[in-house]
Design a protein around this ligand. Sequence first.
Ligand code: ITT
Length: 212
Amino acid sequence: MKIVFATGNKGKLREAREILGEGYELISSAEAGVTEDIPETGSTFQENSLQKSEYLYRKCGVDCFSDDSGLEVDALGGAPGIYSARYASLGGDLSIDHNFESNIDRVLHELNSLEFKAIAAGEKPTERTARFRCCVTLMIDGEPHFFDGSCEGKIAYERTGNGGFGYDPIFLPDAFPGRSMAELSEDEKNSISHRGQALRLMADWLKTRGVK
Ligand code: ITT
């Protein structure tokens, strides 16, 4: 099946090609002629994901899907959440949009500060539990269909590994104790990731309905 993936994120595109496999020919937004940043002004992963798919469908009139995803850290009240791609620039310098290193620095700084304060006050250490979440919106004949995935883990104290993208070097998935997401092979990450789950649900849906 030939379908457009409405994303400008090369890491997502690489993973989606691996997860969906041979039966799919994925065309990126740029290859479909959409090179501008697609607006994301919603307040949930689902709203943003729908916005991206609707934008691409309106412009190109083709079947497509999008992924809105991010990291939720419990001790930070669910942040960075929908602001994951631009967390370092939130409330400040917009030029550091999509800078994975600065985003990681901010999460580590905020979480470590909370932990430091808790220990100084004689309280128990801050919980470092977190999860990646993903909402995929599939647009078929102009109708949206939603598929979700989530992956539980903890935030590490420092970066390890060179694989994946984004927050992977500081995310310790529960499913692979002792390793960060960036230390997993592509197959290992895709087998447990939020994106892997959501895209496999999408592929099952397409198969069940015989969409080609
Ligand atoms: P598109 O909107 O063009 O798809 P984007 O990177 O802006 O690309 P999002 O708005 O959905 O996408 O933001 C997702 C951010 O969440 C991403 O930039 C990473 O910082 C983080 N993220 C999502 N999935 C991740 C993963 O599998 N590993 C690490 N970080 C991830």
